[in-house]
Design a protein around this ligand. Sequence first.
Ligand code: MG
Ligand code: MG
Length: 274
Amino acid sequence: MFRRSKPDIQIKTPEQIRMMREAGKVVARALNAVRAAAAPGLSTLDLDAVAEEVIRGAGAVPSFKGYQGFPGSICTSVNEEVVHGIPRASKVLAEGDVVSVDCGAILEGWHGDSAVTVPVGTVSDDDLRMMDVCRESMWRGIAELRPGRRLGDIGHAIDSYMASQGSWGNVQEYGGHGIGTEMHMEPHVLNHGRPGKGLRLEEGMCLAIEPMANQGTRNVAVLEDEWTVVTRDGRRSAHFEHTVAVTAQGPMVLTAREDDRPEIEKRSFPDPGW
Ligand code: MG
Ligand code: MG
């Protein structure tokens, strides 16, 4: 059914990319709903319910639910939590928090995976800056998703941008990934790398690009729940992610939300369809 280029790298047809965009739209709608809902006094389990309702309402399935035993429909990582936070009734958002929301959905067998860090009420200038740097590093990485570029070009674009913006901790234990008929596929996409090195990108490859930026050390630890990843120094972290297709016209952002439109147009990325 699928043409494979390098071992285990799934290559999608334009029609399959179109179907992945439909899955991506569900993720986009879920993240929009969660972002609109996030407010002081709500728990991260409340956010989970918001996302699950949107995903199931669209006839899709939350891909995180039950993934290696994960209990939530989304990951909710608050403040010093980096990724993989478990939604909990006891984790109540407060004014000035930042919450990273990671969401995946399966529609007709195709996966979308995307994350945003959301401010709860008014957050500090440092937090806003952290989110800006992380988001822009994601766009810099996405811009490399063109036929003929290398995996190392993506990581280098992310890491070099982050390094140019001050002393941000670029988490290295986690990264992006191939995506398609499964959420996590080959290749692993490092958020650092050497330009011109690694796998050559081809039309039809789909990758999730997902940098994490810490305010302090890049070092992380996993809590006793065996899921939640936190910064070693307790300082805050941001996480942004999009699922993107390599096309002849450039990177097509399959999980694009309406608020991504100016960025996509500014960078002359192909129109994913809205
Ligand atoms: Mg994700
Ligand atoms: Mg991902």
